[in-house]
Ligand binder design. Structure first.
Ligand SMILES: [Zn+2]
Length: 279
């Protein structure tokens, strides 16, 4: 989908195998930036390179023109095809310092953050060629300057990208979406990030990994505020039900999910992990 002449968004459907019987349908958005060369932002899951390559070729461009792959954070649906794309094109892979260990060692990531069906989503680790700290302005092409804005909380090195000429803000997974599966790393940081993103005003279109493109300021603010209120509702339920903090069972997690009327498929160690960051 063409967002601006240069910035395109590709929605990639995939599914997460929660248990042998339960499958959670998901999607993730990758960005493809057509300049003199091609920049990819986020590589989707393991097989997403096929859809990315197809999209590029349908726009009469070549895979060999991919020079840069920026990874918004280390999670499997963002790095899934990274190693493949790097091998195929020799592109430079760029990620945040705070995500480097989990991008370069997916086994380490899986041990700390057990996404169900993890190895069905990500092919292999990938080495970063360049590391971001946040605050940089990257020139991706003529008239494509990308400001890197640290927006941690969903993960420790999550960042958003402001495309200054095209007036597009891409927040990746940095904003929680109301009633979606809670999978953040740090509740307090996420609350701060929501306020930080709310104050960014010099853009017209909001893109994220989990939402349709938004061009209307009222709709954008509503998305942000609903995510914020969702976190507050979760916080109240977590403070109420996580009384026995030591238990390793998912009993407390189940109570929170039920209290908010969320799907029981969300009761997984990954969500329990996010809830414990409220305590
Ligand atoms: Zn993520």
């Amino acid at each position: 989908m063409e967002i601006t002449k240069k910035i395109h968004l590709l929605k990639i459907d995939f599914s997460v195998q929660i248990t042998p019987e339960k499958v959670l349908p998901r999607f993730v958005n990758s960005l493809i930036i057509f300049g003199d060369s091609i920049t990819i932002i986020d590589s989707g899951v393991k097989d997403s390179y096929v859809a990315i390559y197809d999209y590029i070729e349908k726009h009469s461009r070549k895979i060999s023109e991919i020079k840069t792959l920026i990874i918004s954070h280390s999670h499997p649906d963002h790095i899934g095809s990274a190693s493949r794309i790097k091998k195929d094109t020799g592109c430079k892979v760029i990620g945040h310092l705070n995500e480097k260990d989990w991008i370069e060692n997916i086994d380490l990531q899986y041990k700390s953050r057990p996404v169900p069906g993890f190895y069905n989503l990500v092919e292999e680790s990938v080495m970063l060629d360049s590391v971001l700290l946040g605050g940089e302005e990257l020139t991706l092409d003529e008239n494509v300057n990308a400001q890197i804005i640290n927006t941690p909380g969903h993960s420790k090195g999550s960042f958003s990208i402001l495309f200054k000429e095209d007036l597009v803000l891409f927040t990746a997974d940095s904003l929680p979406v109301e009633n979606d599966i809670p999978t953040y790393d740090n509740f307090k940081e996420l609350k701060n990030t929501i306020q930080k993103i709310k104050l960014i005003s010099n853009y017209k279109t909001l893109l994220s990994s989990w939402t349709e493109p938004l061009n209307n300021k009222t709709e954008i603010l509503s998305l942000i505020e609903k995510g914020n209120q969702y976190l507050d509702r979760l916080d109240r339920a977590i403070k109420k039900y996580y009384v026995d903090k030591e238990t390793t069972s998912l009993e407390n997690c189940t109570k929170v999910i039920e209290a908010l009327g969320l799907p029981l498929i969300f009761v997984v160690p990954l969500v329990d992990r996010a809830f414990r960051t409220h305590l």
